[in-house]
Design a binder for this molecule. Structure first.
Ligand code: ADP
Ligand code: MG
Ligand code: MG
Length: 892
């Protein structure tokens, strides 16, 4: 089959849709090449080759010949050979996976330089300094990434040379200094790696390719993938790209740019430029960059060309792009582009801006945003008016309001956050080794680097608050403190950072609600002025989502107040009203009496007392949701939850007994607590079982619902109550409860003279219920999938315990990428849901189907529920906009 395999693609052969095979970088280099943009020629080794290497530990046999053929072609095109002594072709060997993993994997520049070709390069370029600088960079990068030498050894040697020569920056070093440095670097390699730096250019290239393959599986790459939910088996492509040089003097340089502001979405010139520099100098913050706008003064021709290219890219990709470019002696070269990451707010703004520009339609705009971004926009922000000392200001790199204790290294960030502290990770700049610390921190603050620095890019990707490049801050990691003017901030001092404004405060700043929430609450309208730009964009996209979605969205709400808020947020009913909350507070005593009742009479009295109170709750709820369905779940939790804690009560009784004044009621309570104590309460006397075992309990609740509905009807309201029986495992349970309920409803109709139609249905939250859904549908007018309990019982996971005990280990071992309590397990739990939907509808075609539980507000799960054909999802009021948006995305 060797004829059908193709492991290498020239840049002219690929295109942007081949990301699986060529990685994002390779696919887009090909796309730019074919657009006629100035891309240095090169070729891409596919992810398939990488996967073969990772699986077998060896490059596929065909790879060597294919690489040779493409290298030959490249050498012909460039008119020089790789590493040729008098005029060397140099290349970069660059990683590039399907999904961008900024700074996670390896890239080596200047491959092809050797003791011989460095002089050839010097002669050809007429610049000794440049040639030796490139060579020392190669040994440094190659030594670190390919040969695994500690990078600090090179850095230290470089620093020392700078000190001896009394210069501040590397560009001030002369050719002779760099030449000496090369000798030092080669010695470091020899001692540390136990081998000479390879002089054969092809060997350099092959080793670099292999090391890029291997960089897919470094710990930090794995951690990043887990965090970003990127599958672990994709592998990386490798790009071989002929070198262009930004370090050839002041008319050369390198930069990064966005086609529009990734924080606001506004069009303009956003980026950083660094003169006389190569590759990663910009991101690493070695020297201070200048804003991209300054390039207009430095090199007008290249600047204009760059602006032109950025417009071409935006129109072509129909989206914000970020780019890497290099200018070599006045000649502009494009080295990378991709659809750029952006903040949540910018995602909404850009999507509507692009609609207005006629580049995309509304359906596409809906796909450009997601529920996670919307949720992020609903976080509170800092109160502008608060009088807290502002420490400084940096670049607003990733929005949000974060408050925490200052820590200056990742290790402490992780340690403190494990013990429950909120921390802000403060660094001069971050690098991939800081990833764990960044994950652990509430927010990230750096004193160096711009919007494209490592900290900024990674934080935006994680949705974490970040302020970067706050240059007034003197960060001293060794002494674990920073100074700002006269103020010293020690480790442990509280700081607040605002990722939307870039402001940094000493102390805790109070927070205010987000404008998006204010808008959903109806306290702010989608006007046109600048402050409302975001709200206007959200408004438009939500309206579109509502127009196209099929799933209805209901709320989980237990009282009128929550119900009203849910309604403002767009709820189309209540999918779950938990009645247990109506049994707490002052009513607890009545419930205690109910539980303690020895005789029927006592129990009936207790129930009689509860009835009017419950009824009043429902009257208020039905009024709040007038005209919309309200699903009321009859009492579900085990009764011991309403009784005092067993240990506390035992101690109280024991103490009282020792004083000989034991209280009769406490003694009875203690007995009841013992009687009701269960080893596995979640699998015990709860749900429908309570209704069957405690006479009068469910009928009291049904009566309260029916009387409340009758009262609302008499008041000309439109109550739409639905009665839901929890934890049913067999249709027999449901039939008994149903019969009793129907009788009570008939009585209420009789006494009030109001005609009532109350739907009766059940939760599907036990595997047996799902498996016998066809039978259960005989007695149920609706199903509501209780996916929390269903997940618990299908997996046999106690949801109250597992997250704390072994889920971390499961997530680390990749058994699942995300907790099944967070995102529905489609293969297992989801299969039961899918089958139960079909079986239920087969029995009763007009069966209403919904889901209540955390999954109802989880974006990925919402798509699943859409796909299996539910009628609605129900979630907490705050998640409703998210569910509406995702239901729209699922349908369009
Ligand atoms: P990353 O994915 O970490 O950004 P890249 O492969 O893009 O890594 O390369 C790192 C840096 O080197 C970037 O700044 C890039 O622009 C630069 N670079 C890569 N290849 C070349 C090349 N052929 N000529 C000049 N600079 C290059
Ligand atoms: Mg790059
Ligand atoms: Mg349940």
């Amino acid at each position: 089959t060797s004829e059908s395999v193709k492991f290498v693609y020239d840049f002219t052969e690929g295109n942007k849709d081949l990301k699986d095979l060529l990685g994002g970088k390779g696919a887009n280099l090909a796309e730019m090449t074919n657009l006629g943009l100035p891309v240095p020629p090169g070729f891409t080794i596919t992810t398939e080759a990488c996967k073969t290497y990772l699986d077998s530990g060896e490059e596929p046999v065909e790879l060597r010949d294919e690489v040779s053929a493409h290298l030959d072609a490249l050498e012909k095109k460039m008119g020089k050979k790789l590493g040729q002594a008098d005029d060397p072709l140099l290349v970069s060997v660059r990683s590039g996976a399907k999904f961008s993993m900024p700074g996670m994997m390896d890239t080596v520049l200047n491959i092809g330089l050797s003791d011989k070709s460095v002089t050839g390069l010097a002669k050809q370029s007429g610049d000794d300094r440049f040639a030796w600088d490139s060579y020392r960079r190669l040994i440094q990068m190659f030594g670190k990434t390919v040969l695994g030498v500690d990078g600090d050894l090179f850095e230290d040697a470089l620093e020392k040379t700078k000190e001896t020569k009394k210069v501040a920056v590397d560009t001030d070093l002369e050719a002779a200094d760099l030449k000496k440095l090369v000798t030092k670097f080669k010695k470091i390699v020899k001692t540390e790696a136990g081998r000479d730096f390879p002089q054969d250019p092809r060997e350099q290239m092959d080793l670099a390719i292999r090391s890029v393959f291997e960089s897919w599986n470094t710990d930090r790459a794995k951690l990043y993938r887990r965090q970003e939910r990127i599958p672990g088996d994709l592998g990386t492509a490798v790009n071989i790209c002929s070198m262009v040089f930004g370090n050839l003097g002041p008319d050369s340089g390198t930069g990064v740019a966005f086609t529009r502001d990734p924080a606001s979405g506004h069009q303009g010139v956003y980026g950083d430029y660094l003169q006389n520099a190569q590759g990663e100098d910009v991101v690493a913050g070695i020297r201070n960059t200048v804003p991209l706008a300054d390039l207009e003064q430095i090199d007008k021709k290249s600047y204009d060309q760059l602006m032109q290219i950025m417009e071409t890219l935006e129109t072509h990709y129909k989206d914000l792009c970020d780019i890497e470019f290099t200018i070599e002696r006045g000649q502009l070269w494009m080295l990378q582009t991709r659809v750029g990451k952006r903040t949540a707010g910018a995602a909404f703004r850009i999507a509507t801006q692009l609609v207005d520009q006629g580049l995309i339609d509304e359906a596409e705009a809906l796909q450009r945003v997601n529920g996670a971004q919307l949720a992020q926009l609903m976080f509170p922000r800092f109160d502008e008016g608060a009088s807290v000392e502002q420490l400084g200001r940096g670049i607003a790199a990733s929005p949000g309001a974060a408050v925490g204790k200052a820590v200056f290294d990742s290790y402490t960030a992780i340690k403190w956050s494990r013990s429950g502290e909120k921390v802000i990770l403060i660094r001069r700049e971050t690098n991939p080794d800081d990833l764990d610390g960044m994950i652990a921190a509430e927010g990230i603050l750096t004193s160096r680097g711009g919007k494209t620095s490592h900290a900024a890019v990674v934080a935006r990707g994680m949705g974490k608050t970040c302020v970067c490049g706050a240059e007034d801050l003197e960060v001293d990691t060794k002494r674990r403190r920073m100074t700002v003017g006269d103020t010293v901030v020690e480790e442990g001092d509280v700081v607040s950072i605002d990722g939307s404004t870039g402001k940094v405060y000493l102390g805790e700043v109070p927070v205010v609600p987000s404008p998006v929430v204010e808008y959903f609450e109806g306290r702010m309208h989608a006007g046109a002025d600048d402050a409302d730009e975001l709200v206007a964009a959200v408004h438009r996209i939500m309206a579109y989502a509502d127009r196209v979605r099929r799933l209805r969205v209901r709320a989980n709400a237990d009282n009128a107040e929550d119900a009203l808020r849910a309604r403002r947020f767009g709820a189309q009913g209540i999918g779950l009203c938990r009645t247990e909350h109506m049994f707490l507070g002052e009513r607890r005593e009545m419930v205690e009496r109910l539980i303690l009742a020895d005789a029927d009479g006592e129990r009936e009295d207790a129930l009689k007392e509860l009835l009017p109170l419950q009824k009043q709750d429902f009257v208020e709820l039905f009024e709040a949701m007038d005209g919309l369905p309200v699903t009321v779940r009859l009492l579900d939790p085990p009764l011991h939850e309403f009784l005092p804690d067993i240990t506390e009560l035992s101690v109280r009784v024991a103490l009282a007994e020792s004083r000989k004044d034991a209280n009769e009621n406490d003694l009875r309570l203690l007995q009841a607590v013992h009687r009701l104590h269960e080893q596995n309460p979640m699998l015990g006397l709860r749900g429908v079982r309570l209704g069957l075992v405690i006479p009068g309990l469910f009928t009291m609740q049904v009566r309260a619902i029916a009387e409340a509905a009758a009262e609302r009807k008499t008041a000309k309201g439109d109550p739409r109550a639905e009665i839901m029986i929890p934890l049913v495992g067999t249709v027999q349970e449901l039939e008994i409860v149903r019969e009793e309920a129907e009788q009570v409803i008939a009585e209420v109709v009789e006494t009030t003279g109001v005609d009532l139609k109350l739907a009766l249905g059940t939760m599907i939250e036990l595997p047996r219920a799902a498996l016998t859904a066809d039978q259960i549908a005989e007695a149920a007018e609706f199903f509501s999938f209780g996916t929390n309990d269903l997940t618990q019982t299908v997996w046999g996971f106690s949801r109250d315990d597992v997250e704390a005990s072994f889920f971390t280990a499961y997530l680390e071992k990749g058994i699942f990428g995300v907790s099944p309590f967070e995102t529905i397990d489609k293969d297992g739990v989801g299969k039961l849901v899918r089958d139960a939907v079909a079986a239920g509808r087969a029995t009763r075609p007009d069966l209403k189907l919904g889901v209540c539980g955390e999954h109802g507000g989880d974006p990925e799960s919402v798509h699943f529920f859409h796909e299996v054909g539910l009628d609605y999802v129900s979630c907490s009021p705050f998640r409703i906009p998210v569910a509406r948006l995702e239901a729209g995305r699922a349908a369009s």
